[in-house]
Write a protein that binds this ligand. Structure first.
Ligand SMILES: C[S@@+](CC[C@H](N)C(=O)[O-])C[C@H]1O[C@@H](n2cnc3c(N)ncnc32)[C@H](O)[C@@H]1O
Length: 396
């Protein structure tokens, strides 16, 4: 898929820390070019169709930022004047449209994100007043234009830089719309999708989560295997901020929505039926949430959800892949009880899941010690700011 000037644009996909490489792979698979993993993000170049495709189909990013302008930023004045020249504001921000500015990073004299965002806002409304004698209102909740400023201080001896972008989703992409109900400490949907991608599970062998909570890992796995595009909610595509951009191309958008829809199928891409996906949860209320989430995501028939203690769990005919995000004490659970839980989990999988793989998200190395198993892979992942490891155990 070739990208020709002038419709090529630079974008940043904001990713969960630890999923940069996997996120970059996903962008490449969806047609993005010049993809480069960064810290908590990946850079890429796309045309408009690919940008739309990323919003509808990418499972890992929180958001996709489309760069409007990039300029040297030695201080407040550079930021003020640079913003005014960064884009064709007559197109992007007429005064009857609302906007919002988020900021991250720092540059000389610009160490507070809130202040930097305010400086961008002032530059824009001053420009509007000069141009039209009136200005846009700020709307923090549902603006017509969501702007993002990133300041990078640069290496010693280099000039700091400002990048001004527009956010194409508005609301974070991890909110798929299927999860009205959440158990305790649920994983974010994009993080769960990334963890599943890291396992390499392709739907051909059973997938089991013996402590499935509200079912996020299994629901994301089912959606991926059955080609359910994350941007197409159960009741049709959600509203995206990019639909309000001045260069929105409704015909191209419809074409990408149709293409995303056509990916959905009852079985695997090669026509085979999908292997069983089974979840187990001890808390009846949380189990009910998992069921309602799976139904809302349109994968209730693909995900079997059982109630009960994992100690009594009987896995389907294997071998297959176990995924698991047990409590680790930061948010829920009590220390001694948790050690016992991990020890019992280790015993259960060794007794009943010989030949399977176990992928476990650990936020506490002392607890995983109680499993009495040796991990063959340890992938650093941040789960809502908690430093975790996605651990692989080959069960003998
Ligand atoms: C950290 S949560 C899992 C969250 C899940 N990944 C999600 O996104 O919703 C751990 C879950 O393990 C469940 N659990 C704790 N002890 C259990 C046991 N003995 N048997 C089965 N489930 C248990 C808890 O009720 C809780 O829902």
């Amino acid at each position: 898929m070739g990208i020709t000037e002038p419709d090529v644009m630079d974008c940043i996909a904001v990713l969960p820390p630890g999923l940069e490489e996997e996120g970059a792979r996903e962008l490449v698979g969806l047609g993005a070019q010049a993809v480069q993993p960064l810290r908590r993000a990946a850079r890429c170049r796309v045309d408009l169709a690919t940008l739309y495709r990323l919003h509808l189909q990418a499972r890992l990013p929180f958001r996709i930022l489309r760069q409007l302008g990039r300029f040297p930023c030695r201080g407040r004045d550079d930021l003020y004047w640079g913003v005014q020249e960064a884009a064709d504001w007559a197109q992007w921000l007429p005064p009857e449209h609302t906007f919002r500015v988020d900021a991250s990073g720092s540059a000389p004299g610009l160490n507070h994100s809130h202040y930097s965002a305010l400086q961008v806002k002032n530059a824009l409304v001053d420009w509007q007043r000069r141009e039209w004698g009136q200005r846009s209102s700020v709307d923090l909740d549902d603006p017509d234009l969501a702007l993002h400023l990133h300041l990078s201080p640069g290496r010693p001896g280099q000039t700091a830089e400002a990048t001004l972008s527009v956010d194409g989703s508005g609301e974070s992409l991890h909110r798929r719309g299927y999860r009205a109900a959440m158990g305790l400490a649920p994983l974010k949907e994009n993080l769960a999708a990334g963890l599943i991608a890291l396992t390499g599970w392709d739907g051909s062998v059973p997938l089991v989560d013996p402590l499935c909570g509200s079912g996020t890992l299994l629901i994301e796995a089912a959606c991926r295997a059955l080609g359910r595009a994350p941007g197409l909610g159960p009741t049709g595509p959600r509203a995206f901020a990019l639909e309000r951009w001045p260069d929105c191309d409704p015909a191209l958008w419809d074409q990408e929505v149709k293409a995303a829809r056509s990916l959905s199928q009852p079985g695997l891409t090669d026509g085979r039926p999908m292997a069983p996906i089974v979840g187990n949860e001890a808390d009846p209320e949380v189990l009910a949430q998992a069921r309602s989430n799976a139904a809302a995501a349109g994968v209730a028939e693909a995900v079997e959800l059982r109630g009960g203690d994992f100690r009594a769990f009987e896995p389907p005919q294997g071998p297959g892949v176990l995924v698991c995000n047990p409590p680790y004490g930061e948010r829920i659970g009590d220390r001694d009880e948790l050690e016992e839980l991990y020890a019992d989990l280790g015993r259960m999988v060794k007794e009943r899941c010989g030949g399977w793989q176990l992928w476990l998200l650990s936020g506490n190395p002392e607890l995983t010690g109680a499993l009495r198993m040796k991990a063959s892979r340890r992938i650093p992942i941040s789960n809502g700011g908690i430093d975790c490891r996605w651990l692989l155990y080959e069960i003998r």
